[in-house]
Design a protein around this ligand. Structure first.
Ligand code: NOJ
Length: 538
């Protein structure tokens, strides 16, 4: 869709903010965040200029994978509150003109879900086929070589019924059999339950895992596997993920969403660009936003990022809306990856690219991964594959609100420890500091939301050399030139034969804002700027 042709929807124009609910705000003194806590902090989210909040799972769960193992899709875990608290949150979010996106985990349930309890009770139980059960090989070994993302075989032996069941993640997270129409209908009902309440959309967990090869063929060996990687990487999941039939399921989900007004679906999909694109569906019948995780995986290098943006933009199907992500609860935080100063440049990149940005809570104040001593590790991925440093706890630590005890997160000992520097790095300390990460985020979001060129305008790469990533965002009557120095060294931007004139609108060095520049610009190390063009750059 080209600028000016159509009305844009909230999930296209807007900005998404991810909350990991255990870690946002504790309201009842148990050291774990909850729904009332989120309600208490809506002022902060609104003052940032956020459009939609995505909350990671809040449903009934034994918490083997911190809520990604659900035992009742239509109820709230008491740790987080009650259904009344949820209803209150939803109305409070809507009253502020924002949207609420829930996490839908359709690939697997908890082993404590009544569906699985029934399924495992006997081979002829009506729900037996709701999960993936298989006989062992003749020698009794596992049905095939598929591996669990969290380490070891993906097959678990069930003594009672003498068969194996498949689990892509923990053995406490058995995979549903999405080839079974009853399973499909049950999950569509779950979606309708929340949509009827008024939630605005879903982030769909591991969408590319939902259907597996119907012949259960062995996955091929990954020739590029390296010892330091997760053991899951030993094989290429060619038959256990991304099967063609998954698109029928995604389409089915999309049809349910389309029964309602302006609801949306984000797909969590870790796949190369050409495969990712297929999740938009044919003729817009797939996910509205298949998550684009490119910035999490490619090198932090101007040429590499620029060419990946081009590949991504070039591969988008007609009408497919782009999106960008810098962090989430499964990935190391951006500050740790590129450093604190460069993280400001990264924020400018995220918030000036074409497509919906998703901000991970805490990134707006430059929170860092918190080192968690071995004996305090809680994440099953870290515990199951010790020595590989794969725990996701460091990026899930409590939000740092102020310099009081426990950073204002809780009046009890938080479920994960805080960093030593939280008294310095917190929302309150940055609130009135014009040089802070928070101030930069607010400025970037405000400008993005005010300027159609930035939230719905076109993208064009600008040729540059060295460490500068340069591009334009524009509509027919407004143009911005974005210059990002992706290195710590000072450098120059002087495009040959491309004269330009403009005013620096936002700069990671706020002292330069308002300054007029033309034809060439010098940038400090770790500097990024948005220039409002007033004269040529054709
Ligand atoms: C992806 C989620 O983001 C992750 O946190 C979880 O462990 C797995 N899916 C399994 O649900």
């Amino acid at each position: 869709m080209k600028e000016g042709q159509n009305k844009y929807l909230w999930w296209q124009e807007g900005i998404i903010y991810q909350i990991y609910p255990r870690s946002y705000q504790d309201s009842n003194g148990d050291g774990v965040g909850d729904l009332q806590g989120i309600i208490q902090r809506l002022d902060h989210i609104q003052s940032l200029g956020i459009t939609a909040i995505w909350v990671s799972p809040i449903f009934s769960s034994p918490m083997a994978d911190f809520g990604y193992d659900i035992s009742d899709y239509c109820d709230i875990h008491p740790l987080f509150g009650t259904m009344d608290d949820f209803d209150e949150l939803l109305s409070a979010v809507h009253d502020r003109g924002m949207k609420l996106i829930l996490d839908l985990v359709p690939n697997h349930t908890s082993n404590e879900h009544p569906w699985f309890k029934e399924s495992r009770s006997s081979r002829d139980n009506p729900k037996r086929d709701w999960y993936i059960w298989k006989d062992g090989k003749e020698d009794g070994s596992v049905p095939n070589n598929w591996l669990s993302v969290f380490g070891g075989s993906a097959w678990e032996w069930d003594e009672t019924t003498q068969q194996y069941y498949y689990h892509a993640f923990l053995k406490e997270q058995p995979d549903l059999n999405w080839r079974n129409p009853e399973v499909q209908q049950a999950m569509m009902d779950v979606m309708r339950f929340w949509l009827d309440k008024g939630v605005d959309g879903f982030r769909v967990d591991v969408m590319w895992h939902m259907i597996k090869d119907d012949q259960f063929r062995d996955n091929p060996i990954n020739p590029d596997y390296q010892e330091h990687q997760s053991t899951f990487e030993k094989l290429i999941p060619a038959y256990s993920t991304d099967q063609p039939e998954v698109h029928d399921i995604v389409h089915m989900m999309r049809k349910v969403l389309d029964e309602y007004e302006e609801r949306m679906m984000i797909g969590e999909i870790y796949l190369p660009i050409h495969k990712l694109m297929t999740y938009y569906g044919t003729d817009k019948n797939g996910a509205h936003l298949p998550f684009n995780f490119l910035l999490l995986s490619i090198g932090w290098d101007a040429r590499e990022i620029s060419s990946n943006i081009d590949q991504y933009e070039g591969a988008l199907p007609e009408g497919g809306w782009p999106n960008w992500v810098l962090g989430n609860h499964d990935q190391p935080r951006i500050t740790g990856r590129v450093g604190h100063d460069q993280a400001k440049v990264a924020a400018m990149l995220l918030l000036t690219l074409r497509g919906t940005p998703t901000i991970y809570y805490g990134d707006e104040i430059g929170m860092r991964d918190v080192p968690i001593p071995e004996e305090e590790i809680q994440d099953p991925q870290g515990l199951n594959m010790p020595g590989l440093n794969l725990s996701r706890d460091p990026q899930r630590t409590p939000m740092q609100w102020d310099n009081s005890e426990n950073a204002g997160f809780s009046n009890a000992k938080p479920w994960l420890r805080l960093p030593e520097n939280y008294r310095r790095v917190n929302v309150e300390a940055q609130q009135d500091d014009p040089y802070s990460m928070l101030a930069l985020h607010k400025k970037l979001i405000k400008l993005r939301q005010q300027e159609p060129a930035l939230h719905v305008g076109d993208y064009r790469p600008v040729l540059s050399s060295g460490a500068v990533l340069a591009y334009m965002r524009y509509t027919s009557d407004q143009r911005f030139l974005i210059l990002l120095n992706l290195s710590h060294k000072a450098c120059h931007f002087s495009p040959e034969h491309l004269p330009f004139e403009g005013t620096i609108e936002v700069d990671t060095l706020p002292e330069r804002e308002g300054v007029t520049v033309h034809d060439q610009v010098s940038l400090s190390g770790d500097e990024g700027m948005i220039i409002r063009l007033t004269g040529r750059m054709d």
